[in-house]
Ligand binder design. Structure first.
Ligand SMILES: O=P(O)(O)OC[C@H]1O[C@H](OP(=O)(O)OP(=O)(O)O)[C@H](O)[C@@H]1O
Length: 296
């Protein structure tokens, strides 16, 4: 099987890493904007007969979505055998219901858009909230990589006597998984979201864990309000600055400052989106997922 990895604009480093793991060729893509803002895209290598793997970094999905379609459609027109998408961070997973009349349920609409362009999808810990699995909204084969093994390896190597803390009930799944792998206790806080950038968090009695280093783990750090409020509560209760671990470093412009002001001891993220805090490599697990999909 002949595999060619191509980078959507902005995902060149991630594509190079994946190509190295897969021992596959990386195809070159030329991209630029015309003066009127339209995209120019050119696949510089012959993709005919290849399994084409498009790698995309979808922090800011809207301006990139049309380019993804152009890439996938062009690869197909030029004879690619199949075209798969590796989106280590899968966007549009949060608006998964019509909370107000007339709202667009963008998780389903984005899933339909991707499923129409690509033959398969690989991602890392998607924000599954009211959906039990991606197959409820994606109609193509998907593989989900769990970040917990990589996070647990990092915690074991970097944090003595850790206490894994999930900031809300949804984070319990991976907080418990990481704690079990590390062999340390875990704690889950209770969060109420009041707005896009406002949350309230309450903490159970944590005095039994005095002397441990709290490690807050969440899937997304976006405005960082969840992490920051949780970090503040933990500091008040345990008197220790927590280590903050995020899977997806979405980071709005002021997020890092918010975390520093909240007294985070250290901020580390998985490399699903490029960010200076990337310190946990999920590349090997992602490459394994892609290999499984290519065999399927
Ligand atoms: O950095 P922040 O801006 O606080 O966003 C990140 C938080 O938002 C998500 O949860 P939540 O269930 O609150 O999000 P959703 O309701 O939007 O799905 C996610 O799991 C984090 O806990």
């Amino acid at each position: 099987m002949s595999v060619m990895v191509v980078a959507a604009p902005g995902a060149e480093a991630a594509a190079a890493g994946l190509a190295a793991h897969l021992q596959a060729r990386q195809g070159s893509v030329e991209s630029r904007r015309f003066p009127d803002g339209e995209s120019y895209l050119r696949l510089r290598d012959d993709v005919a007969g290849h399994e084409v793997v498009v790698v995309s970094s979808l922090r800011d999905p809207d301006p990139q979505a049309l380019g993804l379609w152009f890439l996938a459609a062009t690869a197909r027109e030029l004879g690619a055998r199949r075209v798969g998408l590796v989106a280590p961070y899968l966007p549009y997973m949060r608006q998964d219901a019509r909370f107000q009349p007339g709202e667009a349920v963008t998780s389903g609409l984005f899933a339909r858009f991707i499923s129409q362009q690509f033959d398969w999808l690989a991602t890392v810990d998607p924000h599954l909230h009211r959906h039990a699995s991606l197959s409820e909204i994606y109609t193509v084969p998907t593989r989900v990589v769990a970040s917990a093994p990589a996070i647990a390896r990092w915690v074991q190597a970097n944090v003595p006597a850790p206490l894994v803390v999930g900031p809300d009930s949804e984070s319990e799944q991976w907080a418990a998984d990481v704690a079990r792998r590390v062999g340390c206790p875990s704690l889950v806080l209770a969060k109420t979201r009041l707005g896009d950038r406002q949350v309230e968090i309450s903490l159970p009695d944590a005095r039994a864990h005095a002397g441990r280093t709290p490690v807050l783990i969440d899937d997304i750090i976006s405005s960082a309000r969840t992490m920051a409020v949780a970090a503040g509560r933990i500091r008040e209760s345990l008197g220790v600055a927590p280590v903050c671990v995020g899977v997806h470093a979405v980071f709005s412009p002021d997020a890092m400052q918010v975390l520093q002001e909240a007294g985070a001891a250290r901020v580390v993220t998985c490399n699903t989106l490029p960010h200076p805090t990337n310190g946990i490599d999920v590349g090997p697990e992602l490459a394994q997922a892609v290999q499984d999909l290519l065999r399927g």
